[in-house]
Design a protein around this ligand. Structure first.
Ligand code: DX5
Ligand code: ZN
Length: 223
């Protein structure tokens, strides 16, 4: 299994976002995770497509994974795709027509994902598996960085991995929230392959060191 490490820019120093993004990529991150919050679907407000475009104009070539915590989603899907997003995930509760929104993401040549809140079951995936490139399991309630990992996510990751295996589809399984050096091993063992971490990476002084340590933990997982 190939493991991907995705620093969440939410915890970066936004006064110098370009250099922060570059620094984590040079330190070995595989992609960047961009949290979009609208002060409506979640009680926090972050950024729009302008920032995604600015990162591309700055020279960021790595995949940018956009996590929409907004309601509705369709107009932003189009705008983020135009702004250079590589993958876009949204919460099924935030779209009246989940199937159509997934189609819209792929139509704009991005990978399509669904993000599942801690209380959301896997049922919503059943009839859209062939339209999914990503499943994003939230291991905190969306809206803020620096929260504690909810252990109930582990069971959900196991079930999602089984679902992906049975489907035989090449769907990535990402986990978002509270990922730190002391739990990344457990999360990988449960079946995740993509690890989104904000404060776990950006609150460290040495990005290279923490990403290397994440990788050492991942190397311990029996494949
Ligand atoms: C939370 C966001 C996460 C957040 C994770 O709503 O979706 O991506 O940045 O931050 P940490 O890793 O600090 O929990
Ligand atoms: Zn996120």
């Amino acid at each position: 299994m190939h493991y991907s490490i995705a620093p969440s820019l939410l915890s970066a120093n936004w006064a110098c976002l370009g250099t922060e993004a570059q620094a984590v990529l040079e330190a070995g991150a595989d992609l960047l995770h961009l949290d979009v919050m609208d002060n409506h679907y979640v009680p926090n407000l972050t950024v729009g497509p302008l920032i995604c475009e600015a990162l591309r104009n700055y020279g960021i070539k790595a995949p940018i994974d956009v996590h929409l915590m907004t309601k509705p989603v369709d107009r932003l899907i189009i705008e983020f795709a135009k702004a250079g997003a590589s993958s876009i995930s949204f919460h099924p509760e935030a779209s009246d027509h989940v199937d159509r929104s997934l189609d819209l993401i792929r139509k704009h040549e991005c990978k399509a994902g669904l993000a599942l809140n801690p209380a959301t079951t896997l049922d919503c995936l059943e009839y859209v598996l062939d339209k999914l490139d990503w499943i994003l399991i939230m291991s905190v309630n969306p809206g803020f960085g620096g929260q504690k990992f909810l252990p109930s996510a582990l069971d959900k990751i196991r079930k999602a991995r089984a679902l992906i295996q049975t489907s035989g589809k090449p769907i990535q399984l990402a986990v978002d929230g509270g990922i730190k050096l002391d739990n990344i091993y457990q999360v990988a063992e449960a079946g995740a392959d993509t690890f989104i971490s904000g404060s776990g990476i950006f609150h460290e002084k040495n990005y290279q060191q923490i990403i290397n340590s994440f990788r050492s933990e991942l190397n311990r997982v029996k494949k």
